[in-house]
Design a protein around this ligand. Structure first.
Ligand SMILES: NC(=O)c1ccc[n+]([C@@H]2O[C@H](COP(=O)([O-])OP(=O)(O)OC[C@H]3O[C@@H](n4cnc5c(N)ncnc54)[C@H](O)[C@@H]3O)[C@@H](O)[C@H]2O)c1
Length: 383
Protein backbone atom coordinates (compact mmCIF):
# COMPACT_ATOMS: atom_id res chain seq x y z
CA UNK A 1 0.00 0.00 0.00
CA UNK A 2 1.32 3.48 -0.80
CA UNK A 3 1.91 5.84 2.10
CA UNK A 4 0.06 8.50 0.12
CA UNK A 5 -3.16 6.71 1.04
CA UNK A 6 -3.75 8.07 4.52
CA UNK A 7 -4.56 5.60 7.26
CA UNK A 8 -8.18 5.76 8.38
CA UNK A 9 -8.49 5.19 12.14
CA UNK A 10 -10.97 2.35 12.68
CA UNK A 11 -14.36 3.35 14.02
CA UNK A 12 -13.93 1.25 17.20
CA UNK A 13 -11.13 3.62 18.26
CA UNK A 14 -12.87 6.81 17.14
CA UNK A 15 -16.22 5.93 18.69
CA UNK A 16 -15.57 3.25 21.31
CA UNK A 17 -18.50 1.64 23.04
CA UNK A 18 -19.56 3.36 26.23
CA UNK A 19 -17.93 6.71 25.39
CA UNK A 20 -20.26 9.57 24.71
CA UNK A 21 -19.00 12.70 22.98
CA UNK A 22 -15.57 13.18 21.47
CA UNK A 23 -12.76 10.83 22.46
CA UNK A 24 -9.98 12.76 24.22
CA UNK A 25 -6.35 12.29 23.21
CA UNK A 26 -3.44 13.83 25.13
CA UNK A 27 -0.15 14.76 23.48
CA UNK A 28 2.85 15.57 25.67
CA UNK A 29 5.20 17.78 23.65
CA UNK A 30 2.28 18.47 21.32
CA UNK A 31 3.57 21.92 20.35
CA UNK A 32 6.69 20.35 18.89
CA UNK A 33 7.34 19.38 15.29
CA UNK A 34 5.94 15.81 15.24
CA UNK A 35 3.44 16.39 18.08
CA UNK A 36 1.74 19.32 16.33
CA UNK A 37 1.42 17.44 13.03
CA UNK A 38 -0.10 14.51 14.94
CA UNK A 39 -2.47 16.83 16.80
CA UNK A 40 -3.64 18.34 13.53
CA UNK A 41 -4.34 14.94 12.04
CA UNK A 42 -6.14 13.63 15.16
CA UNK A 43 -8.24 16.78 15.37
CA UNK A 44 -9.22 16.36 11.71
CA UNK A 45 -10.21 12.75 12.48
CA UNK A 46 -12.72 14.00 15.09
CA UNK A 47 -10.79 13.57 18.34
CA UNK A 48 -10.65 16.17 21.11
CA UNK A 49 -6.93 16.93 21.35
CA UNK A 50 -5.28 18.07 24.59
CA UNK A 51 -1.69 19.30 24.35
CA UNK A 52 0.87 19.89 27.10
CA UNK A 53 4.10 21.65 26.23
CA UNK A 54 6.42 24.09 27.94
CA UNK A 55 6.43 26.36 24.89
CA UNK A 56 3.91 27.38 22.27
CA UNK A 57 4.24 26.27 18.67
CA UNK A 58 6.31 28.75 16.70
CA UNK A 59 4.48 28.35 13.40
CA UNK A 60 0.83 27.48 14.15
CA UNK A 61 -1.97 28.84 16.30
CA UNK A 62 -3.09 26.48 19.09
CA UNK A 63 -6.48 25.81 17.50
CA UNK A 64 -4.82 24.45 14.35
CA UNK A 65 -3.49 21.39 16.20
CA UNK A 66 -5.41 21.11 19.48
CA UNK A 67 -8.61 21.91 21.34
CA UNK A 68 -6.95 22.54 24.69
CA UNK A 69 -3.41 23.83 25.26
CA UNK A 70 -1.61 23.62 28.60
CA UNK A 71 1.63 25.56 28.96
CA UNK A 72 3.17 23.25 31.56
CA UNK A 73 6.37 21.39 32.35
CA UNK A 74 5.97 17.64 31.81
CA UNK A 75 8.90 16.91 34.11
CA UNK A 76 6.31 17.53 36.83
CA UNK A 77 3.72 14.94 37.86
CA UNK A 78 0.98 17.54 38.42
CA UNK A 79 1.37 18.83 34.85
CA UNK A 80 1.09 15.30 33.44
CA UNK A 81 -2.05 14.69 35.51
CA UNK A 82 -3.65 17.75 33.88
CA UNK A 83 -2.77 16.38 30.44
CA UNK A 84 -3.98 12.81 30.98
CA UNK A 85 -7.24 13.60 32.78
CA UNK A 86 -10.19 12.09 30.83
CA UNK A 87 -7.97 10.91 27.95
CA UNK A 88 -8.46 7.50 26.40
CA UNK A 89 -5.18 7.69 24.46
CA UNK A 90 -1.93 9.51 25.31
CA UNK A 91 1.12 10.08 23.12
CA UNK A 92 4.44 11.12 24.64
CA UNK A 93 6.31 13.22 22.08
CA UNK A 94 7.94 15.49 24.67
CA UNK A 95 11.71 15.46 24.91
CA UNK A 96 14.45 17.99 25.36
CA UNK A 97 16.27 17.29 22.12
CA UNK A 98 17.85 18.49 18.90
CA UNK A 99 20.47 17.55 16.33
CA UNK A 100 24.00 16.37 17.04
CA UNK A 101 25.16 19.93 17.83
CA UNK A 102 22.75 19.86 20.75
CA UNK A 103 22.51 16.35 22.17
CA UNK A 104 26.26 15.68 22.29
CA UNK A 105 26.97 18.83 24.31
CA UNK A 106 24.04 18.69 26.74
CA UNK A 107 24.03 15.12 28.02
CA UNK A 108 23.44 15.62 31.78
CA UNK A 109 20.62 18.12 31.34
CA UNK A 110 18.93 15.99 28.69
CA UNK A 111 19.19 12.85 30.82
CA UNK A 112 17.55 14.57 33.77
CA UNK A 113 14.83 16.32 31.77
CA UNK A 114 13.92 13.39 29.55
CA UNK A 115 13.92 10.82 32.35
CA UNK A 116 11.58 13.03 34.38
CA UNK A 117 9.22 13.46 31.40
CA UNK A 118 9.25 9.72 30.63
CA UNK A 119 8.39 8.70 34.20
CA UNK A 120 5.75 11.30 34.79
CA UNK A 121 3.79 11.09 31.54
CA UNK A 122 3.56 7.29 31.66
CA UNK A 123 2.61 7.14 35.33
CA UNK A 124 0.01 9.92 34.93
CA UNK A 125 -1.47 7.95 32.01
CA UNK A 126 -1.79 4.82 34.15
CA UNK A 127 -3.34 6.77 37.03
CA UNK A 128 -5.86 8.42 34.70
CA UNK A 129 -6.96 5.05 33.25
CA UNK A 130 -5.57 5.74 29.77
CA UNK A 131 -6.06 2.72 27.49
CA UNK A 132 -3.43 3.27 24.79
CA UNK A 133 -0.08 4.98 25.14
CA UNK A 134 2.45 5.87 22.45
CA UNK A 135 6.12 6.48 23.18
CA UNK A 136 8.40 8.27 20.70
CA UNK A 137 11.68 6.38 20.80
CA UNK A 138 14.61 6.85 18.44
CA UNK A 139 17.09 5.10 16.16
CA UNK A 140 19.61 6.51 18.67
CA UNK A 141 18.86 3.43 20.84
CA UNK A 142 20.87 1.20 18.51
CA UNK A 143 24.24 -0.22 19.41
CA UNK A 144 26.95 2.02 17.96
CA UNK A 145 29.08 -0.99 17.01
CA UNK A 146 26.65 -1.93 14.21
CA UNK A 147 26.70 1.61 12.78
CA UNK A 148 30.41 2.15 12.20
CA UNK A 149 30.48 1.98 8.38
CA UNK A 150 28.62 4.11 5.80
CA UNK A 151 27.23 0.97 4.07
CA UNK A 152 24.72 0.26 6.82
CA UNK A 153 22.43 -2.54 5.58
CA UNK A 154 19.59 -1.44 7.86
CA UNK A 155 19.14 -1.72 11.61
CA UNK A 156 16.87 -4.51 12.72
CA UNK A 157 14.83 -4.01 15.88
CA UNK A 158 16.89 -6.73 17.60
CA UNK A 159 20.11 -4.71 17.05
CA UNK A 160 19.27 -2.54 20.08
CA UNK A 161 20.40 -5.26 22.49
CA UNK A 162 23.03 -5.80 23.87
CA UNK A 163 22.87 -2.07 24.45
CA UNK A 164 25.60 0.40 23.60
CA UNK A 165 23.96 3.55 22.24
CA UNK A 166 26.40 6.26 21.22
CA UNK A 167 24.86 8.94 23.45
CA UNK A 168 23.01 8.98 26.75
CA UNK A 169 20.04 10.43 24.82
CA UNK A 170 19.65 6.98 23.20
CA UNK A 171 20.20 5.14 26.47
CA UNK A 172 17.38 7.09 28.10
CA UNK A 173 15.11 6.20 25.16
CA UNK A 174 15.95 2.53 25.56
CA UNK A 175 15.13 2.62 29.26
CA UNK A 176 11.87 4.44 28.49
CA UNK A 177 10.95 1.66 26.03
CA UNK A 178 11.45 -0.95 28.74
CA UNK A 179 9.37 1.08 31.16
CA UNK A 180 6.49 1.31 28.67
CA UNK A 181 6.73 -2.45 28.05
CA UNK A 182 6.68 -3.17 31.81
CA UNK A 183 3.61 -0.97 32.29
CA UNK A 184 1.82 -2.92 29.60
CA UNK A 185 2.75 -6.22 31.28
CA UNK A 186 1.71 -5.09 34.74
CA UNK A 187 -1.26 -2.77 34.17
CA UNK A 188 -4.33 -2.33 32.01
CA UNK A 189 -2.61 -0.08 29.44
CA UNK A 190 -1.56 -0.90 25.88
CA UNK A 191 1.81 0.68 25.06
CA UNK A 192 3.15 1.26 21.55
CA UNK A 193 6.73 2.28 20.73
CA UNK A 194 8.22 3.60 17.47
CA UNK A 195 11.91 4.24 16.89
CA UNK A 196 11.97 7.31 14.66
CA UNK A 197 14.79 7.62 12.12
CA UNK A 198 15.45 11.32 11.30
CA UNK A 199 12.05 12.89 10.77
CA UNK A 200 11.97 16.03 8.61
CA UNK A 201 9.43 18.34 7.00
CA UNK A 202 7.77 21.75 7.14
CA UNK A 203 7.13 23.29 10.58
CA UNK A 204 10.26 21.71 12.11
CA UNK A 205 13.06 23.58 13.86
CA UNK A 206 15.31 24.99 11.13
CA UNK A 207 17.76 27.32 12.94
CA UNK A 208 19.14 28.14 16.38
CA UNK A 209 21.22 25.01 17.06
CA UNK A 210 18.54 22.36 17.71
CA UNK A 211 17.79 21.76 14.03
CA UNK A 212 18.87 18.56 12.29
CA UNK A 213 20.74 17.94 9.04
CA UNK A 214 17.80 18.16 6.54
CA UNK A 215 16.68 21.58 7.78
CA UNK A 216 20.26 22.81 8.23
CA UNK A 217 21.20 21.80 4.66
CA UNK A 218 18.08 23.49 3.24
CA UNK A 219 18.77 26.69 5.18
CA UNK A 220 22.42 26.77 4.10
CA UNK A 221 21.57 25.94 0.47
CA UNK A 222 19.19 28.93 0.42
CA UNK A 223 21.50 31.38 2.19
CA UNK A 224 25.05 30.40 1.15
CA UNK A 225 26.84 31.94 -1.81
CA UNK A 226 30.42 30.60 -2.29
CA UNK A 227 30.33 27.24 -0.48
CA UNK A 228 27.98 25.15 1.64
CA UNK A 229 29.31 24.29 5.11
CA UNK A 230 28.97 20.72 6.38
CA UNK A 231 30.22 18.96 9.52
CA UNK A 232 32.40 15.93 8.67
CA UNK A 233 33.60 14.47 5.38
CA UNK A 234 30.04 13.95 4.10
CA UNK A 235 30.50 10.22 3.63
CA UNK A 236 28.39 9.41 6.70
CA UNK A 237 24.98 7.98 5.71
CA UNK A 238 21.42 8.22 7.03
CA UNK A 239 17.83 7.68 5.93
CA UNK A 240 15.15 10.34 6.42
CA UNK A 241 11.41 9.94 6.96
CA UNK A 242 9.04 12.65 5.81
CA UNK A 243 6.60 13.96 8.43
CA UNK A 244 3.48 12.70 6.58
CA UNK A 245 4.82 9.13 6.61
CA UNK A 246 5.80 9.54 10.26
CA UNK A 247 2.33 10.68 11.37
CA UNK A 248 0.69 7.91 9.35
CA UNK A 249 3.03 5.32 10.87
CA UNK A 250 2.41 6.49 14.45
CA UNK A 251 -1.37 6.20 13.99
CA UNK A 252 -1.12 2.80 12.29
CA UNK A 253 0.99 1.57 15.20
CA UNK A 254 -1.05 3.17 17.98
CA UNK A 255 -4.21 1.47 16.76
CA UNK A 256 -2.55 -1.89 16.03
CA UNK A 257 -1.85 -4.95 18.20
CA UNK A 258 1.92 -4.57 17.92
CA UNK A 259 3.38 -4.14 21.39
CA UNK A 260 7.08 -4.48 20.44
CA UNK A 261 9.21 -1.45 19.48
CA UNK A 262 9.37 -0.93 15.71
CA UNK A 263 11.49 1.14 13.35
CA UNK A 264 9.66 4.09 11.86
CA UNK A 265 12.05 5.21 9.19
CA UNK A 266 12.77 5.21 5.50
CA UNK A 267 15.15 2.62 4.04
CA UNK A 268 16.39 5.02 1.34
CA UNK A 269 20.03 5.37 2.44
CA UNK A 270 21.90 8.50 1.35
CA UNK A 271 25.30 10.03 2.14
CA UNK A 272 25.39 13.57 3.48
CA UNK A 273 27.34 14.70 0.39
CA UNK A 274 24.64 13.31 -1.94
CA UNK A 275 21.86 14.68 0.25
CA UNK A 276 23.31 18.21 0.28
CA UNK A 277 23.84 18.04 -3.49
CA UNK A 278 20.22 16.89 -3.99
CA UNK A 279 19.02 19.85 -1.92
CA UNK A 280 21.24 22.32 -3.75
CA UNK A 281 19.53 21.35 -7.06
CA UNK A 282 16.61 23.50 -5.85
CA UNK A 283 18.82 26.62 -5.90
CA UNK A 284 18.33 28.93 -8.87
CA UNK A 285 22.13 28.93 -9.47
CA UNK A 286 22.59 25.17 -8.97
CA UNK A 287 24.85 23.32 -6.50
CA UNK A 288 27.74 24.96 -4.61
CA UNK A 289 30.97 23.23 -3.61
CA UNK A 290 30.84 21.70 -0.11
CA UNK A 291 33.20 22.96 2.58
CA UNK A 292 33.85 20.20 5.14
CA UNK A 293 34.35 21.34 8.73
CA UNK A 294 35.03 19.55 12.01
CA UNK A 295 31.90 19.09 14.10
CA UNK A 296 29.73 16.59 15.97
CA UNK A 297 28.75 13.75 13.62
CA UNK A 298 26.97 10.88 15.32
CA UNK A 299 27.38 7.35 13.97
CA UNK A 300 29.01 6.62 10.59
CA UNK A 301 26.09 4.91 8.89
CA UNK A 302 22.44 4.40 9.88
CA UNK A 303 19.53 2.97 7.92
CA UNK A 304 16.16 1.50 8.82
CA UNK A 305 15.39 -2.16 8.17
CA UNK A 306 11.65 -2.25 7.47
CA UNK A 307 11.01 -6.00 7.34
CA UNK A 308 9.32 -6.06 10.75
CA UNK A 309 6.95 -3.13 10.13
CA UNK A 310 5.98 -4.58 6.74
CA UNK A 311 5.31 -7.96 8.30
CA UNK A 312 3.30 -6.59 11.25
CA UNK A 313 1.52 -3.54 9.82
CA UNK A 314 1.54 -4.41 6.11
CA UNK A 315 2.90 -0.93 5.44
CA UNK A 316 6.17 0.99 5.44
CA UNK A 317 7.11 4.63 4.83
CA UNK A 318 7.52 5.27 1.11
CA UNK A 319 7.64 9.01 0.38
CA UNK A 320 10.90 9.52 -1.56
CA UNK A 321 13.37 11.84 0.14
CA UNK A 322 13.55 13.98 -3.00
CA UNK A 323 9.82 14.69 -2.78
CA UNK A 324 9.74 15.43 0.95
CA UNK A 325 12.89 17.53 1.00
CA UNK A 326 11.67 19.82 -1.77
CA UNK A 327 8.54 20.61 0.28
CA UNK A 328 10.77 21.26 3.31
CA UNK A 329 13.12 23.45 1.26
CA UNK A 330 10.25 25.59 -0.06
CA UNK A 331 8.86 26.04 3.44
CA UNK A 332 12.26 27.08 4.89
CA UNK A 333 12.69 29.44 1.94
CA UNK A 334 9.40 31.14 2.90
CA UNK A 335 10.55 31.44 6.54
CA UNK A 336 13.84 33.02 5.50
CA UNK A 337 12.07 35.44 3.15
CA UNK A 338 9.88 36.61 6.05
CA UNK A 339 12.84 37.06 8.37
CA UNK A 340 14.93 38.87 5.77
CA UNK A 341 12.00 41.20 5.05
CA UNK A 342 11.98 41.93 8.81
CA UNK A 343 15.69 42.82 8.81
CA UNK A 344 17.64 39.52 9.17
CA UNK A 345 20.79 39.00 7.08
CA UNK A 346 21.32 35.98 4.79
CA UNK A 347 24.75 35.50 6.41
CA UNK A 348 22.96 34.64 9.69
CA UNK A 349 21.91 31.31 8.16
CA UNK A 350 25.06 29.89 6.58
CA UNK A 351 26.62 28.13 9.62
CA UNK A 352 25.48 25.58 12.22
CA UNK A 353 25.88 26.26 15.93
CA UNK A 354 26.79 24.02 18.83
CA UNK A 355 24.43 24.79 21.71
CA UNK A 356 26.38 24.89 24.96
CA UNK A 357 25.02 23.38 28.14
CA UNK A 358 22.84 25.55 30.35
CA UNK A 359 21.38 24.59 33.74
CA UNK A 360 18.49 27.04 33.35
CA UNK A 361 15.87 24.31 33.00
CA UNK A 362 17.25 22.36 35.99
CA UNK A 363 17.31 25.46 38.18
CA UNK A 364 13.69 26.28 37.31
CA UNK A 365 12.14 22.84 37.87
CA UNK A 366 9.86 24.01 40.67
CA UNK A 367 8.94 27.42 39.26
CA UNK A 368 5.28 28.14 38.56
CA UNK A 369 6.13 29.26 35.03
CA UNK A 370 7.82 26.60 32.89
CA UNK A 371 11.39 27.39 31.85
CA UNK A 372 12.02 27.93 28.19
CA UNK A 373 15.47 26.33 28.41
CA UNK A 374 17.25 29.13 26.61
CA UNK A 375 17.01 27.84 23.06
CA UNK A 376 13.21 28.15 22.88
CA UNK A 377 11.35 31.37 22.13
CA UNK A 378 10.10 32.91 25.36
CA UNK A 379 6.38 32.60 25.98
CA UNK A 380 6.42 34.88 29.07
CA UNK A 381 4.25 32.32 30.82
CA UNK A 382 1.17 33.20 28.75
CA UNK A 383 -1.38 30.45 28.27
N1 LIG B 1 12.64 14.52 14.86
C1 LIG B 1 13.34 13.41 14.80
O1 LIG B 1 14.05 13.16 13.83
C2 LIG B 1 13.29 12.42 15.93
C3 LIG B 1 14.08 11.25 15.81
C4 LIG B 1 14.04 10.34 16.84
C5 LIG B 1 13.21 10.54 17.93
N2 LIG B 1 12.47 11.68 18.01
C6 LIG B 1 11.62 11.86 19.20
O2 LIG B 1 10.33 12.29 18.80
C7 LIG B 1 9.77 13.17 19.77
C8 LIG B 1 9.31 14.45 19.09
O3 LIG B 1 10.40 15.04 18.41
P1 LIG B 1 10.29 16.39 17.56
O4 LIG B 1 11.18 16.26 16.39
O5 LIG B 1 8.86 16.73 17.38
O6 LIG B 1 10.99 17.41 18.56
P2 LIG B 1 10.51 18.83 19.08
O7 LIG B 1 11.64 19.38 19.88
O8 LIG B 1 9.98 19.65 17.96
O9 LIG B 1 9.31 18.43 20.04
C9 LIG B 1 9.46 18.07 21.38
C10 LIG B 1 8.53 18.94 22.17
O10 LIG B 1 8.66 18.57 23.55
C11 LIG B 1 8.54 19.75 24.30
N3 LIG B 1 9.13 19.58 25.63
C12 LIG B 1 10.42 19.35 25.93
N4 LIG B 1 10.55 19.31 27.26
C13 LIG B 1 9.33 19.51 27.79
C14 LIG B 1 8.85 19.57 29.12
N5 LIG B 1 9.65 19.43 30.18
N6 LIG B 1 7.53 19.80 29.31
C15 LIG B 1 6.68 19.97 28.26
N7 LIG B 1 7.10 19.92 26.98
C16 LIG B 1 8.41 19.68 26.76
C17 LIG B 1 9.29 20.80 23.49
O11 LIG B 1 8.94 22.12 23.87
C18 LIG B 1 8.86 20.45 22.08
O12 LIG B 1 7.73 21.19 21.70
C19 LIG B 1 10.85 13.34 20.83
O13 LIG B 1 10.64 12.43 21.87
C20 LIG B 1 12.12 12.97 20.11
O14 LIG B 1 13.12 12.51 20.99
C21 LIG B 1 12.49 12.62 17.03
Amino acid sequence: MSSYEQFVIPEKFRKPEGVTGQVKVGIAGGAGFIGSHLGKRLKAAGFYVKVADWVKNEFMQNDEFCDEFHLVDCRRADACDILCKDCLYVLNLAADMGGMGFIESNQSVLMFNNTMITFNVLEAARKAGVKRFFYASSACVYNELVQDTPENPGLKESDAWPAQPQDTYGLEKLYAEEMAKAYQRDFDIQTRIARFHNVYGPHGTWKGGREKAPAAFCRKAIASTGELEMWGDGKQTRSFIFIEDCVDGVLRLLFSDLAEPINLGSDELISMNDFATMIMQFRKDGPLPIKHLEGPLGVRGRNSNNDFIKEKLGWAPSIPVKVGIEKTYRWIESQIEKEVAAGAKMTDYVSSKIVVQSTESLDKLNDAVPPTNGAYPSTNGKH
